[in-house]
Design a protein around this ligand. Structure first.
Ligand SMILES: CC(C)(COP(=O)(O)OP(=O)(O)OC[C@H]1O[C@@H](n2cnc3c(N)ncnc32)[C@H](O)[C@@H]1OP(=O)(O)O)[C@@H](O)C(=O)NCCC(=O)NCCS
Length: 159
């Protein structure tokens, strides 16, 4: 599949991402409807990157670069019809390069009922940190993962 990953440009991009999210697990199970997903991807304190093909937005990754733990992958999603052909791996690799300009750590959470995504992150070198019990909704946990290139003490940010 031919695609480019770039910052979301406009409301149409954000709406495409929110639609993709709200029609897919884990967000269905977590009760995130289109409006909540649109709020999440429109948050100006975050960075929204889309994977664009000739047909439109095929996937996206949403990053948080602020706060005590910068470099958090808030959400990643690939259109159902485009899954399992490497796009998710490319989006995470893109996010790692972006984050490592400012931080040695990449963090993300995966829902306890999403073993497919967990398998992908472990294959990409993410390490399980701990369980956030009943974090988003009661009955399901969020599993915190981290991938690091070293401690802050030796990290050199790139301009
Ligand atoms: C997780 C996801 C972003 C991966 O994107 P992708 O383009 O399918 O990923 P790749 O082709 O690079 O890698 C395939 C791996 O993704 C995982 N995967 C595939 N389909 C999946 C799905 N429906 N849900 C979760 N993970 C899935 C599997 O680990 C798969 O590896 P396998 O074939 O050995 O089982 C994508 O499947 C998706 O959008 N899933 C639904 C939303 C989601 O779970 N997001 C992650 C939230 S933490």
């Amino acid at each position: 599949m031919n695609f480019t990953i770039e910052l979301a440009r406009d409301a149409a991009d954000r709406e495409a991402c929110a639609r993709m999210m709200s029609e897919s697990d884990p967000w269905i199970t977590l009760g995130r409807d289109f409006a909540r997903c649109l709020t999440a991807v429109s948050d100006s304190s975050r960075e929204l990157y889309v994977a664009r093909t000739g047909d439109g937005v095929a996937g996206f990754i949403l990053l948080t670069m602020k706060g005590q733990f910068p470099g958090y992958i808030t959400s990643v999603c690939v259109a159902a019809s485009a899954r399992s052909s490497g796009l998710g791996t490319q989006l995470v690799a893109f996010a790692e390069r972006r984050i490592h300009r400012e931080s040695p750590n990449v963090f993300l959470c995966v829902s306890s009922f999403n073993p497919g995504a967990r398998r992908l992150y472990e294959r990409l070198g993410f390490e399980f940190v701990g369980t956030l019990k009943d974090f988003l909704v009661k009955g399901y946990d969020e599993l915190l993962f981290r991938k690091t290139i070293g401690p802050w003490s030796t990290f050199k940010p790139q301009p």
